[in-house]
Design a protein around this ligand. Structure first.
Ligand SMILES: Nc1ncnc2c1ncn2[C@@H]1O[C@H](COP(=O)(O)OP(=O)(O)OP(=O)(O)O)[C@@H](O)[C@H]1O
Ligand SMILES: [Mg+2]
Length: 174
């Protein structure tokens, strides 16, 4: 049976002053639908590099990635990403940050349905009372939760979470 997602011979070489640095070499991974996989390794071993290549945000030096029968080239709404440190648009509220992607992906849905999706996911991450605040008025952990809501709200085929709970306390993580 073919895998739902397959990383084959994934390789990343970054240029460096001392010459090309091989960060990831011939990394292979097969995932079935619904599978949850955690990459563990020391700081700097290349976890975020692999994740950003799957997200389509970082060029692939060699090898490739297939998702749902299609070879990936560039980013797309089929993959949701929660970054190690959240990047939100500072001039928009938490709600508006989450709505950005929803408006792009679910553009055929009526406005009130799109707003309900944003409200639902912001409530799930415990931000029901803070969703109309701007990033500067939120704590780091709250910003990270906006990032989590933003990724989950698009119902992507694949969720790529780069240490998404790093800034959350144990109760909020749960
Ligand atoms: N854009 C880049 N240009 C050059 N080198 C890079 C770049 N991004 C990452 N690296 C290097 O690649 C290596 C792997 O980095 P990466 O961020 O993938 O590590 P990581 O496993 O996610 O680490 P951490 O657990 O600290 O997040 C590091 O040595 C880093 O210096
Ligand atoms: Mg990392």
């Amino acid at each position: 049976m073919s895998a739902y997602c397959e990383l084959f011979n994934l390789t990343k070489i970054y240029p460096s002053p001392k010459g090309p640095a091989i960060i990831v070499k011939d990394f292979n991974l097969r995932l079935t639908e619904g599978e949850f996989v955690t990459l563990i390794g020391h700081s700097g071993c290349g976890k975020s590099t692999v994740l950003s290549m799957v997200a389509g945000l970082n060029g692939i030096t060699d090898g490739g990635i297939i998702l749902a029968g299609r070879e990936l080239a560039g980013p797309g709404p089929d993959r949701g990403v929660v970054f190690q440190s959240p990047s939100l648009l500072p001039w928009l509220t938490a709600f508006e940050n989450v709505m950005l992607g929803i408006n792009q992906v679910f553009f055929t849905a009526p406005k009130h349905e799109r707003e309900q999706i944003a409200e639902y996911y912001l409530s799930v991450v415990g931000l029901a009372d803070a969703m109309h605040k701007r990033p500067a008025e939120l704590s780091q952990g709250m910003r990270q939760r906006v990032g989590i809501a933003r990724a989950f709200a698009l119902k992507p085929k694949m969720l790529l979470l780069d240490e998404p709970f790093g800034m959350l306390d144990s109760l909020t993580r749960y």
